[in-house]
Design a protein around this ligand. Sequence first.
Ligand code: UN1
Length: 512
Amino acid sequence: MTPTVHDALAALGLESENPGTCYGNGRWSDTRKAGRIASVDPATGDILAVVHGASIRDYEAVLVEAARIGPAWRDTPAPRRGEAIRVVGEALRRHKDALGTLVSLENGKIKAEGDGEVQEMIDMADFAVGQSRMLYGRAMHSERPHHRMYEHWHPLGTVGVVTAFNFPVAVWAWNAFLAAICGNVTVWRPSPKTPLCAIATLKIVDRALRDHGFPSVFLLFCEPEVALAERLVDDRRVDLLSFTGSSKVGRRVAQKVGARLGRSLLELGGNNAVIVDETADLNLAVPAVVFGAVGTAGQRCTTTRRLLVQETIAGDLVDRLLHAYAQVRVGHPLDPRTLMGPLIDAEAVARFRAAAEAVHRQGGEVLHGGSALDGPGFFVEPTLVAIEPDRAVVRTETFAPLLYVSTWRDLDEAIRAQNDVPQGLSSSIFTNDLRNAERFLSARGSDCGIANVNVGTSGAEIGGAFGGEKDTGGGREAGSDAWQAYMRRQTTTINWGHEMPLAQGIRFGLPR
Ligand code: UN1
């Protein structure tokens, strides 16, 4: 039998009433008059549960709590902070199935992807535990005798994390786990479309921390609208504001945080292309492109939205894709036969429809799909379109399973087309030609933050730095040296000699 939201919530120990603010220490707000958030099942349109919004007083209490526990957490040795994330990772391992089911129910991604998202949090926890012993600074050689120079890294303080519905838990974990081992307290404002995932996650991690004697370094508030999120963006107590969402909103966030000279970390839109040349192994390219285009119903920021295929093999590749698309079962996300679940809500369906109409107006031809399905639920068909790459609809990110196919003759033309969009997140080439691969990876190749060879655009591992350029916002999260965004660098010069030489050889002739 398919698990219901009640099964998932019960397995996660959630009450039937779901308050939307965690002050830490297992304390939840009893505010009942600051608006309600209906969590809607995208597969049916039914209400899964109602969550209580946070008031301004709740918001204040959360920010005050963050400032209260911050100093002691900053003083806790980083490897000990890593230990806290180790127990959090273990708790997530124990709850992977139930939390994966809840992600599936509330977001609509299929169960394998819901579980995958929880796995991504677990991977991130493991990574952060290791990183907690590797917050390395550098030592430099001073130009002055008997001087030593080095840099070290300190916590920022309070980190605000605003996340999107499409990765309702994993992207929080990228930020929160690194922020924690770096000595920060995190205040999370999740998407109002996926409040249950956030509340369930907070319950799991907060309980794990408290059971092991750690402070509640993860705090949360939910709201139906955006008033408190805007407050968070403007709040000078928030040292770093991490935002995941559209380029349009991200641009405003960057301006507002920049206006108070705060720091922002942005993960915005993507318009990711796969280039396939005539030497490519299509047995690799086809499944990668299909997963990239229809996974999470096209609602990943890494979703493959454009396919740029060498003219000589276009017919063959499109035939294979049509064969594959015909087998993509659209249905309930918890049905194991389903490969694609619903879109998040009715507006997402409307945007899909508008894009499909724009395709017709802009000279495109629908090769597969193209329509929204009748309700209940917010289902659309996985859609394959042949269209010129320079059309406005192709240059726009529509969060839906729409794949635009076009052809090229010369690789430079393909790379130009791949780069000729406002966004710069993820990109791939499928090729067995070493020179083509290297050209794509060169400084004059892909302009994206992620550039893969014989690997699709989506489904990045957490070990690499994740993020992109241009309208994608320039942020880097998750692996590699992304931890540095959550710390401030301090450069120190120590004079252990008996003279006071100045740098740059300056002589400043004070009489002795
Ligand atoms: C997102 O879509 O916001 O690379 C994140 C991927 C996932 C993360 C996507 N690991 O597709």
